[in-house]
Design a protein around this ligand. Structure first.
Ligand code: SF4
Ligand code: SF4
Length: 215
């Protein structure tokens, strides 16, 4: 009998506790957002999506190397001698064209490891979370500001300059080798002349008088 009373009391108690919470929230302010008409404002440091300010990128690859899942794909082409790419807003000189800067947000695990090594603070998370897609390939974001024709052009110029530098380097090496060969030849010639001279001097030297045994 006592057990039945205890169980009955426990049941009523839990019903009144639950109803108390329900009634309190019923008359309190609403906490449910009517998404998408209403949106929650995320904190500034929330990790929702990566963004790259490409104008400040120097193509150092530090972010790509830090990424544990290889979802940052960067390609660069060195700026040729006739082009000045200027500096970033942090004062770092820019020496490379960013011919590709893709981030695959479908692979990203929001670890933020790519953000910290960036010397110009140009890669960072933004609180933009509404970017779901039906096709995963649409989650690859391209940040390069070059159109394909420009990419082909800068690559071609960079290759031509690299070829020219290589040719100049080879010519310099050849010239050095030739100069070394000539120096060696001259030294050998001098050595030969010196030995000839020494031989002649030895030939002219007076021979030792013979002992006639007369004393
Ligand atoms: S947040 Fe992490 S996983 Fe995503 S790109 Fe950066 S390093 Fe890679
Ligand atoms: S670390 Fe920063 S500057 Fe270097 S490649 Fe990545 S985004 Fe560009």
């Amino acid at each position: 009998m006592l057990t039945v009373v205890k169980q009955g009391w426990s049941t009523f108690k839990s019903i009144f506790t639950g109803m108390g919470i329900t009634i309190r929230h019923f008359f309190g302010p609403s906490v449910t957002l009517q998404y998408p008409d209403e949106k929650m404002e995320l904190p500034e440091n929330s990790r929702a999506k990566l963004y790259v300010n490409i104008d400040d990128c120097i193509g150092c690859f530090l972010c790509a190397r830090a990424c544990p899942v290889n979802c940052i794909d960067i390609e660069t082409a060195p700026a040729t001698a006739d082009v000045d790419l200027g500096k970033t807003s942090t004062g770092n000189p820019k020496r490379f064209w960013l011919t590709r800067f893709d981030i695959d947000m479908a692979k990203c695990m929001y670890c933020d490891l790519c953000v910290h090594p960036c010397p110009t603070n140009c890669i960072y998370m933004v609180p933009d979370y509404e970017y779901s897609e039906f096709d995963r390939s649409n989650l690859i974001y391209s940040f390069s500001n070059l159109v394909p024709e420009q990419v082909a052009d800068v690559k071609e110029k960079a290759e031509a300059e690299a070829e020219e530098k290589k040719r100049q380097r080879e010519e310099m090496q050849k010239a050095k080798a030739e100069a070394a060969r000539k120096k060696k030849e001259m030294e050998a010639k001098k050595e030969e002349e010196r030995s000839e001279k020494d031989g002649k001097e030895k030939g002219r030297a007076p021979s030792k008088p013979e002992n006639d045994g007369g004393e």
